[in-house]
Design a protein around this ligand. Sequence first.
Ligand code: BGC
Length: 279
Amino acid sequence: MNSTAGATQSVIPAHLLKGQKALVTGANSGIGMATAIGLGRAGADVVVNYVADHDAAEQVVKEIKAFGVRAAAYEADVSKEDQVTGMVDRMVQEFGTIDILVANAGLQRDARLTEMTLAQWQKVLDVNLTGQFLCAREVTKEFLRRGVVPEVSRAAGKIICMSSVHQLIPWAGHVNYAASKGGVQMMMQTLAQELAPQKIRVNAVAPGAIKTPINRSAWETPEARADLLKLIPYDRIGDPEDIAYAVVGLASDLMDYVVGTTLYVDGGMTLFPGFATGG
Ligand code: BGC
């Protein structure tokens, strides 16, 4: 997927995250890619995690380096404990520390209940929920070791969980995905409560329909697009940059008092648009 993010991301203040080190999982496509580029635009050094497609990850690294910051592509499957600990250890070694985790990596394996295999259920829970747990756990060890460095940030660390409108909206035919995002919501709030006294801020972003490879079938044809727009009061499908802006803001000290919140970035999808005329 080619990125056009560079141009539109010029609205991000270039020094907002200067000197901070960010790890973005699943950063070689879609929302993760735009977010990694956005963090680089804001002055952070960025590790671009990926599990497949090394070339795409290197392309993202190249775009980030163009902002004059450091970037590197690390391969790791976030659902595998040893790979996550290896990735975080390597980042601390090579970048010195970690200030920001964007736990973004996620996938869908859709099926109606009676057709859904245990493997499909398990895979989605492993990546979308367990993967975020493992990454959050490992970076938190580094946040606690280092503590607050006031010149860098008012917080000892920031974790941003990528959730979905489906932490709130039930989604027939996607029980594994909806359950994983419902889990992300309670995991995020629990971690936020647990870690706030240590000055670690945990929040989530819940995207609606964003134009990425994960939901290509929902926006690719004019018919699908028209159907999708019926669910979006703001009448446009989101761009990955819409999510990047929210993440950059939450990661920055501009939002230092935001703790344990989910920021819905969904063009109003969670406003029950059917009730605009019905009910
Ligand atoms: C899903 C997309 C879907 C969107 C809105 C996202 O979390 O990954 O496939 O289009 O929610 O339903």
